[in-house]
Design a protein around this ligand. Sequence first.
Ligand code: SAM
Length: 291
Amino acid sequence: MSGTLFIVATPIGNLEDITYRAVATLREADVIACEDTRHTRTLLERYGITKPLKSYHDHNERERAPELLAELEQGGNVALVSDAGTPLMADPGYRLVHAAIERGIRVSPVPGPTAAPAALSASGLGVDAFVFAGFLPAKATQRRREMERWREARATLIFYEAPHRILEALEDAGAVYGERPVVVAREMTKVHEEFLRGTAGEVRAELAGRPSVKGEFVILVGWAEQAAATEETLEEEVARREAAGMPRMEAIKQAAKARGIGKREAYRELAGAGRTGRRGAGQQSGGQTSG
Ligand code: SAM
């Protein structure tokens, strides 16, 4: 019987962000396939694991995949890791997973850190629907085209970007997304973790004013309706929708969705606002940068 290909998520910065199951899977695997053997060895040393490592990265995927598939077909268990986070998420592994599935080999995820949902969870932007678009293209024309491709999506957009292109990317984001709320998550789980919030222009200006722009970045863009929702209270938005002919329950559902909050939270907020007249929670603080 063939072995299992485990897709193991590892930390995106803080070495303690790893699950018990990930450590156990790495300890028990026959082979660990990784991008950079030195990088993965540091993680393994932290958990006292000594295992044969096989490098598996963008430039040797084609040659390495057959060797790993042979190991699996002989009954060995292979753990695939990347330098950070979840393999295949803007990282190598697709070819191996695809080939393993075609051969009837079991592929099993060992979930854990990934930069995109981590950034989303702390961004304050809507989470009901999101698009993870991976790395933005390096060339300006293609980058803008990629940003435009997602402009009408009713979802929070998530892009990965390299530090040496972050200012250019934010400039393009300003041109394409205008005043929509933008969050830049930098160095998550590390010493210099920060979240910069504002419009693309504001966040860009904040970063451009620094002596150097370093670290790892995720760019998130709220969607147009979310941005509009920041201008009015939940009560006002529900009233506007009702005035436009929408039944109240539907108006509440839509307004909640636009703010990235649940229906029950919206009902609770409306009940509270009725009593206190306060502005609703779940509103974005667009226009501010903080770090
Ligand atoms: N597989 C990883 C994952 O699960 O998120 C992503 C690997 S990809 C090669 C590296 C990119 O992910 C970085 O350029 C950055 O955009 C994002 N990233 C990874 N770690 C991060 C962190 N600690 N803080 C912010 N962004 C991070």
